[in-house]
Every structure is written in structure tokens, then in C-alpha cells.
Design a protein around this ligand. Structure first.
Ligand SMILES: Nc1ncnc2c1ncn2[C@@H]1O[C@H](COP(=O)(O)OP(=O)(O)O)[C@@H](O)[C@H]1O
Ligand SMILES: Cc1ncc(COP(=O)(O)O)c(N)n1
Length: 264
């Protein structure tokens, strides 16, 4: 029988296919990890913003998780948009105690600026989900919220990564610098070592779903058995190429190109 790596995403949707569950599944597919998904919220959104959000009933989120975990192997899992505390509690209950690498993309606000989760859910995520994760992947505004720090330099990015690990108990923190100026620099801190991943900044507005794509790539690589460092190194290459060869689709922030690495 053929062995296959399996990845699970627990997140919200994007009908235009650039972010959320759709971006995660496309990325898993490109990186040859069998993709599975549990939907938390159906989001009416496009490249210009969020038009509406419909939350999946809690019992249905729980049943989807049970459907996957009772039947399928999961070699790595990630979360994206988890809109409220009730949803977080269910996910906390279902992933606790499982010996599966767990990547949290602490999605709070869409690229368009629209809020995707409630204010109190941000606190809950920090206090109750971070201690469960292998790595959390905040962008600058998310890292600022998690740490209460002003982050506007490479040095403050590193300090935030250290705080997220030492004060909030995340297994590791990958603080992403897409929202700063200059090179696109990310820092991975694993409790012992600080690693830097740098790419030249690409001049484009097509950044819808970059965080989803990056965290999904890391999840897929980890599902294949790569170390976290190796997964982030390869994930950074994947997302950079996906931005470099992004599509001018829609009238706002267009989507990244998940085929990019296969094409280069
Ligand atoms: N214009 C850009 N050029 C190159 N890399 C970028 C650009 N914008 C973002 N990135 C990279 O894309 C990844 C996602 O980062 P970021 O935009 O900070 O996250 P999010 O999508 O969660 O807001 C990071 O590796 C970041 O460095
Ligand atoms: C359902 C959902 N999840 C996440 C994002 C954030 O996307 P980005 O990667 O651009 O921050 C989004 N727009 N929609």
C-alpha cells in the first residue's frame, strides 16, 4: 500500500480561492500532502474585502473534527480563522493530547483590513491555544496584539518572537515581516535559536492569502517529516515564488500563484 502524508486545515473559506481553506488545500496539493479540511466559517469575500460571514454551528464543527480524527491519519494540522471563543474551545478539546505537529496561523484581520475574529477570541487564542502549538505564525499586527509590543524594527520582531515562546508557551514563533518596509524578513524562534529567513521585497499588491499559503506550506512540509526549520526554509521559498508569480485577478489585492514552485 502506498504511504501518503496527510495534512488537515481547520479554517474559514474564501470563495475566490486566494485565502483560507481554499489556499490551504491548493498548497497541500502542490506539495503532495493529502489535504483535509474542517470549515469553521463560510466567508463571503473577494480581493477587495469581506462582504459577510456565516459561522458554522458549533456541533457541526465538532462533528467534522470527529469525522476526520476517528478515521484518517493526520501527520500535521493547522488552524486559520477561528472566529470566536466557543469555536476555539472545541478545537482546543479536540487537538489537546494529540501527538500531531500543530501550526497556528493566528488569523485576526484580512489583508483588506476587515476583522475576522472577535476581540475576546484574540485573548483566548493567546492564553489557551498557543501553549498547544508547535509553531505560531503571526504577521506584525498579530504579533503586536499577542505581545502588546510596538513592532517596527527587526530587533522588536525578534523580541516579540522570544516573548511569544517564553511568556505564552508556544513551541516556536515565526514572526513575519511582510508588513514592514524593506526586505521581507521573518524570524523563527524555537526557544533556543533565532533563525532569519530573508527574501527581497516584491513590488506587488497581490498579497491576498500569503499568510495562509505560507502556514499551509509549512504544515505540508512537516507532514512529510521535515524539521520545523527545514519546513519554514522551504515554505519561505514557496510563498516567495507564489507572490513573485502572482495573478492580477480581481480589482483589489490579487491572489498568489500556488503553481509557482512547480513552474520554476
Ligand atoms: N511584497 C512581498 N514581497 C516578498 N515577500 C513578502 C511580501 N509580502 C509578504 N511577504 C512574505 O510573505 C509571507 C507572509 O507574510 P505577511 O504578509 O507578513 O503575512 P500575512 O499574510 O499573514 O499578513 C512572509 O514570508 C512575508 O515575509
Ligand atoms: C477565511 C480567511 N482566512 C484567512 C484570511 C487572511 O488572509 P491573509 O493570508 O491574506 O492574511 C482571509 N482573508 N480569509
Amino acid at each position: 500500500m502506498k504511504e501518503v502524508a496527510c495534512s488537515l486545515t481547520i479554517a474559514g473559506t474564501d470563495p475566490t480561492g486566494g485565502a483560507g481553506i481554499q489556499a490551504d488545500l491548493k498548497t497541500f496539493q502542490e506539495l503532495q500532502s493529502y489535504g483535509m479540511s474542517v470549515i469553521t466559517s463560510v466567508v463571503a469575500q473577494n480581493t477587495t474585502g469581506v462582504q459577510d460571514i456565516h459561522h458554522i454551528p458549533l456541533a457541526m464543527i465538532e462533528k467534522q473534527l470527529d469525522s476526520v480524527f476517528s478515521d484518517m491519519p493526520v501527520h500535521a494540522m493547522k488552524t486559520g480563522m477561528i472566529a470566536n471563543i466557543d469555536m476555539m474551545q472545541i478545537i482546543q478539546k479536540k487537538v489537546s493530547g494529540k501527538d500531531i505537529p500543530f501550526i497556528i496561523d493566528p488569523v485576526m484581520v484580512a489583508t483588506s483590513g476587515d476583522a475576522l475574529i472577535s476581540d475576546d477570541a484574540r485573548d483566548y487564542l493567546r492564553d489557551h491555544l498557543l501553549p498547544l502549538c508547535t509553531v505560531v505564525t503571526p504577521n506584525i499586527p498579530e504579533a503586536e496584539f499577542l505581545t502588546g509590543m510596538k513592532i517596527d524594527t527587526l530587533d522588536t520582531m525578534k523580541k516579540a518572537a522570544e516573548k511569544i515562546v517564553h511568556e505564552y508557551g508556544a513551541g516556536a514563533a515565526l514572526v513575519k515581516g511582510g508588513h514592514l518596509v524593506g526586505d521581507a524578513v521573518d524570524f523563527l524562534y524555537d526557544g533556543n535559536h533565532m533563525h532569519e529567513f530573508t527574501a527581497s521585497r516584491i513590488d506587488t499588491v497581490n498579497t491576498h492569502g500569503t499568510g495562509c499559503t505560507y502556514s499551509a506550506a509549512i504544515t505540508a512540509y512537516v507532514s512529510h517529516g521535515l524539521t520545523l526549520y527545514e519546513a519554514v526554509e522551504k515554505g519561505k521559498y514557496f510563498v516567495t515564488e507564489a507572490i513573485k508569480q502572482s495573478f492580477d485577478l480581481g480589482s483589489g489585492n490579487g491572489p498568489t500563484n500556488h503553481w509557482a514552485v512547480r513552474l520554476v
